[in-house]
Design a protein. Structure first.
Length: 119
């Protein structure tokens, strides 16, 4: 079994999902459970912190595609932060920067949600 850990914490009105290790077909259901919990709790503003993620497969990428529409339909979004270059390159290769916002650090991603409240 791949080494993977996912946890969620609140920062103001935003939920931050910390992912650690290897996100693949075996571990993607763990991340799906986190998203389902957030939806059940009506938390739709999400930042995913990739600081400790070492690897992501297409199954891991698919989790984000599966949930982004629900988040946006409920006035939220999924934003990505703290991504290692090699992990970012996978997202970039598949065109994710056109669909999602990427931030160097978590606080900038959270601030973007706060700014959108002013619009």
């Amino acid at each position: 079994m791949a080494d993977f850990n996912v946890s969620t914490r609140g920062v103001g009105s935003v939920k931050v999902i910390d992912v650690k290790g290897y996100l693949d077909a075996h571990t993607a259901p763990d991340l799906e459970r986190e998203f389902n919990k957030l939806i059940d709790e009506n938390d739709f503003k999400v930042v995913v912190n990739f600081d400790e993620l070492k690897y992501i497969s297409s199954a891991g990428l698919g989790v984000f595609m599966a949930y982004v529409e629900t988040m946006r339909e409920n006035s939220g979004d999924i934003k990505f932060s703290n991504m290692q270059d090699d992990v970012y390159n996978i997202f970039d290769l598949l065109g994710f920067p056109v669909l999602y916002e990427f931030f160097k650090d978590e606080s900038a991603a959270i601030q973007k949600f706060d700014e959108s409240k002013l619009d």
